[in-house]
Design a protein around this ligand. Structure first.
Ligand code: URA
Length: 233
C-alpha cells in the first residue's frame, strides 16, 4: 500500500516517486475521520482481494473484539467454485476449536441434509456471516456483523454460486434485510444482490435438533434446492 499523504509531501518538495504497478493507492485515513469513511475504504480493499489474500486478511483481522476470544478464525470450507453456497450465522465452540464451519452436532445434521440431495461437503461451499465465534454463542452484534460483512461479500463475488442457501434466522435476516419469520421465509425463492443470485432459506440445524418435527420441512427445502440446481445445469 502507498501512503498518499507521504506522496503529496514528497511531491511538494520536488521528489518524484515511482510506484510499482501492483501497488494500490490507498488513502490514509486520519483518526478524526468518520467511522463510515474508514469502513468504505476497508470494504473497498477487501472487495478486490484474491481468495488467498482474503484468507490471510480474515486470519489477521482485528476489526472487532472477537479476535481476542476466538481460538481460530473460521473462513469457510469446501469448493470455492461451488454451485451451492451455504451461509450460516457464526462459528460455535466446535467450529472455533477446529477452524471449520458446521462441525458440531448441528454440522453433522447439515452434512447429512446435504448428502440427502447428493452433495458432499467438498462439493459445495460453507461459510458464515461471522468468521469468529461470539463468546457463549450469543447472537452476533450489529458491529460484528458490519465488520465481517466485507469478507462474506467478497466470498460470494469470488464463488459466484448458482444458489445460496441461508440456514437459520440470523443468516436469512441478514441476507434478505428482513425481520420476517422463518415460517414465512422458507419455501420461497428470493434473489440476492446485484447479480440476483437465487436464494433459499431453511431452518438452522441446531433448531432442527431441538425441534425434530420440523425436519420434514427442511427435507422439502432440500428437495427444492436439488431441483433448482438440476434446472440450472
Ligand atoms: N452455527 C452456524 O451458524 N455456523 C457454524 O459454523 C456452526 C454453528
Amino acid at each position: 500500500m502507498v501512503d498518499t499523504k507521504k506522496l503529496k509531501y514528497l511531491e511538494k518538495i520536488g521528489i518524484d516517486v515511482w510506484i510499482p504497478r501492483e501497488q494500490k493507492l490507498v488513502k490514509q485515513t486520519k483518526a478524526k475521520d468518520s467511522p463510515k469513511k474508514l469502513d468504505i475504504t476497508r470494504g473497498e480493499q477487501i472487495a478486490t482481494m484474491s481468495w488467498e489474500a482474503l484468507q490471510l486478511e480474515v486470519a489477521r483481522c482485528q476489526a472487532c473484539n472477537l479476535y481476542k476470544t476466538r481460538t481460530n478464525p473460521v473462513f469457510g470450507v469446501g469448493n470455492p467454485n461451488a454451485d451451492l453456497l451455504v451461509i450460516g450465522e457464526a462459528p460455535g465452540a466446535n467450529e472455533d476449536k477446529q477452524g471449520e464451519p458446521f462441525v458440531g452436532r448441528g454440522g453433522q445434521l447439515l452434512t447429512n441434509m446435504l448428502l440427502s440431495i447428493g452433495f458432499k461437503r467438498e462439493d459445495i461451499y460453507i461459510a458464515n456471516i461471522l468468521k469468529s465465534r461470539p463468546p457463549n454463542n450469543r447472537d452476533p452484534s450489529p458491529e460484528e456483523v458490519k465488520a465481517c460483512t466485507p469478507f462474506l461479500l467478497r466470498q460470494i463475488s469470488l464463488i459466484k454460486p448458482k444458489l445460496i442457501l441461508a440456514v437459520g434466522r440470523i443468516a436469512a435476516h441478514f441476507l434478505l434485510a428482513t425481520n420476517d419469520s422463518m415460517g414465512n421465509l422458507r419455501g420461497k425463492l428470493f434473489h440476492y444482490g446485484d447479480h440476483k443470485i437465487p436464494l433459499r432459506v431453511t431452518y438452522h440445524p441446531a433448531y432442527l435438533l431441538r425441534a425434530p418435527r420440523e425436519k420434514r420441512k427442511a427435507w422439502q427445502d432440500m428437495q427444492c434446492i436439488k431441483k433448482q440446481l438440476q434446472g440450472s445445469q
